[in-house]
Design a protein around this ligand. Structure first.
Ligand SMILES: NC(=O)c1ccc[n+]([C@@H]2O[C@H](COP(=O)([O-])OP(=O)(O)OC[C@H]3O[C@@H](n4cnc5c(N)ncnc54)[C@H](OP(=O)(O)O)[C@@H]3O)[C@@H](O)[C@H]2O)c1
Length: 300
């Protein structure tokens, strides 16, 4: 089984590369990876280059494309929407169109930020989207594109996830560890609720999606719920306990109004993952357990 992974240098891309199963559905896995900058066996692919994306799929004829590449700078997207749309909506559309004639499938990663966060209970995969910003809107368009082009034949799957972090890359955990070591005090938003999701668990879910040949829209996050403030406090507590920090800044809760950002974010974006867990036969860890495991991987 030939699997093409984009975004191989990103958080999820790296976790996928380090957890490739030997076989999927009884077939040996042949992996091809792409990143914006190629090298070391990774092919160069710029997702804004539609012709290059199409040509690569036509050349390789993969059984699956896992599109883990994305424009993920939520605030910056507000000031460069064309780029966000090209990567998050344009590229998935091109991949899906190229796959139409080949017979392959696509796993399109997406986000809790496709929802407006107003309902106050976990979102079901079937609920209508209503994104608040450019990032969420462009990701929602990427979802639509793959489902329109390949969904009818059950060859597109959208896996929405939330608050992704891992031991490498740009993420809340690593930013907090740095700031907590540098500062005396910091404020973190306490009125936005979601669920942190570790790249290790998410990568496992992605491979299970391929194993079970899922189609349609699905949700995956670690278990539980947290505000960004809760997440920061857990990072502080566990990092001190594990000796990753000798001292840590005091953390105080902020309201969203006290911490204005260019992009508006959903105040409540928990994803209901019940159906996907059953279909994938996977139980996620509680986010605090997953966090402790990621912290143990970090150099002291
Ligand atoms: N991060 C989160 O909190 C979060 C939450 C919910 C859903 N998701 C979704 O989960 C998936 C994986 O996210 P992640 O956290 O692994 O993201 P990430 O660490 O930001 O990785 C995304 C990768 O995409 C690459 N990329 C961006 N623009 C590109 C372009 N024009 N051409 C080629 N590559 C390009 C980036 O390369 P450069 O480093 O060179 O820019 C980066 O390596 C994405 O679909 C994302 O939308 C993420």
């Amino acid at each position: 089984m030939k699997v093409l992974i984009t975004g191989a240098a990103g958080q999820l891309g790296r976790a996928l590369r380090s957890s490739v199963p030997d076989a999927i559905g009884g077939e040996l896995v042949q992996l091809i990876t792409t990143a914006r900058q190629g090298g070391n066996g990774v092919r160069a692919l710029d997702l804004t280059d539609a012709a290059a994306c199409r040509d690569l799929v036509q050349e390789l004829r993969p059984d699956w494309v896992i599109n883990a590449a994305a424009y993920t700078a939520v605030d910056r997207a507000e000031s460069e929407p064309e780029l966000g749309w090209a990567v998050n909506a344009g590229a998935p559309a091109v991949f899906a169109e190229a796959l139409q004639g080949i017979g392959g499938r696509i796993l399109q990663l997406s986000t809790d930020f496709v929802f407006n966060g107003q309902q106050g209970t976990p979102y079901q995969p079937s609920q209508p989207v209503d994104p608040l910003g450019v990032y969420g809107a462009s990701k929602a368009a990427g979802e639509r594109a793959v489902l329109e082009k390949l969904g009818g034949e059950g060859r597109a799957v959208v896996l929405r996830t939330s608050w992704v972090y891992g031991p490498v890359g740009k993420n809340f955990l690593l930013t907090m560890l740095r700031l907590m070591g540098e500062r005396e005090q910091l404020g973190v938003v306490a009125d936005q609720v979601g669920c942190p999701t570790s790249t290790a668990g998410l990568a496992q879910a992605c491979w299970a999606v391929l194993e079970h040949a899922l189609a349609g829209v699905h949700h995956w996050s670690d278990a539980g719920a947290a505000s960004w403030y809760d997440f920061a406090m857990a990072i502080r507590e566990l990092a001190l306990a594990q000796g990753l920090l000798q001292r840590a800044a005091a953390v105080r809760p902020l309201t969203t109004a006290e911490y204005p950002t260019p992009a508006q974010r959903p105040s409540y974006s928990l994803l209901d993952c019940t159906a996907s867990r059953a279909r994938l036969q996977l139980e996620p860890r509680h986010w605090r357990e997953a966090l402790a495991a990621v912290l143990r991987e970090l150099p002291g």
